[in-house]
Design a protein around this ligand. Sequence first.
Ligand SMILES: Cc1cc2nc3c(=O)[nH]c(=O)nc-3n(C[C@H](O)[C@H](O)[C@H](O)COP(=O)(O)OP(=O)(O)OC[C@H]3O[C@@H](n4cnc5c(N)ncnc54)[C@H](O)[C@@H]3O)c2cc1C
Length: 361
Amino acid sequence: MGRTVAVVGGGYGGSLVARELDDVADVVLIDPRDAFVNAAGSLRALTRPDWAPRIFFPFDTLLTRGRFVRDAAVSVDARGVALASGGRVEADYVVLATGSGYTFPGKPRPGVTDTAEALADLRASHEQLAGAGRVLIVGAGPVGLELAGEINDAWPDKHVVVVDRNEQLLPFLLPEVRDDLRTQLDKAGVELRLGAGLASAPPVGPGRAGEFRVATEGGEEITADIWFRTYGLSLNTGWLPGGELTSRGTVPVTERLTVRGYDRMYALGDIVDLPDPKMASYAQQQAQTVVANIGAQLAGERPEAVHPVSPHRRMLIPLGTRGGAGQMPAPGGVAPVSVETVRERKGADLFTAQFARRFRS
Ligand SMILES: Cc1cc2nc3c(=O)[nH]c(=O)nc-3n(C[C@H](O)[C@H](O)[C@H](O)COP(=O)(O)OP(=O)(O)OC[C@H]3O[C@@H](n4cnc5c(N)ncnc54)[C@H](O)[C@@H]3O)c2cc1C
């Protein structure tokens, strides 16, 4: 058995597996992008163009022994990965980590794989937003609230309205955390309207300036100058054989994170069929299980690491650089954390330092 590990997708989970196995295996990382995108920073990248380059980490510097192949996978089997360019990467182990897309500006638009183009997109949208006095955000999930916080931080005078069809704000969070977020948004003048789905989409495209009026399903009118859609995650599993996916389009995995039916093909992150939330922190935790199991197999041992699925959700939601709320693991479950913790662990730099270390930049 050889030692080549093909990692398909260099997002939060895939880049961690590639980096961790670089010393002990011949790693080939495959991704159509030129750089890892730290999505956690993309909302600040929209509001602060001078800061925006910090969310991109070129793949060139990730590996010292292994190689990076800039290409998209189009199919996979137990022996390797076929590429869009027509090439093929032969491998002894394969890690599927192609993650998900999200509505812009949460992640780059579909097909945008160059950092320069992604930055130009962010800058163009920033210019449209800069001139807009009233902003409508459709979707009061973590991304919608963080976007409201970043806009308020950069332009305290803009009027921001966040609408959501759901009656309850972030039902998976502790009530104290939800109340804290509501209070802070209220203080900042951000208007939150729950149970208020839009009756129809605004007549202008998202992220484009132009005054418009829309009605909610309950008949309330909202006038704004620009809007953003902050929901709509799409799994990047369309390239995998449909017959091997679940009916939800996810990849079925064992508790050791092998793809069901395979001994040396693993999967992690947003694409896997686990109850874990679709979050980077869970993708990175799963990556550690994959690293342990492939490491064991490379050493001739049994792969016995099991991914622990927890019913408790950890989450930090910064509102700009100074505010926010969240909950972290605590004995018996999770507990609210202070705004200082949210700021230190996320809000201040949105994980930039962590990825600068991973990518040696
Ligand atoms: C605005 C925003 C903020 C967020 N903030 C947080 C946060 O603070 N904390 C948190 O835990 N989570 C956060 N998330 C969620 C987090 O971004 C995702 O859970 C995470 O990206 C999933 O990681 P992943 O490793 O599965 O794949 P991804 O990070 O989605 O990366 C997948 C990679 O695969 C590549 N790829 C796709 N198709 C192919 C192919 N066919 N061949 C080869 N490569 C391919 C892509 O180019 C990409 O580089 C946020 C999401 C958004 C949108």
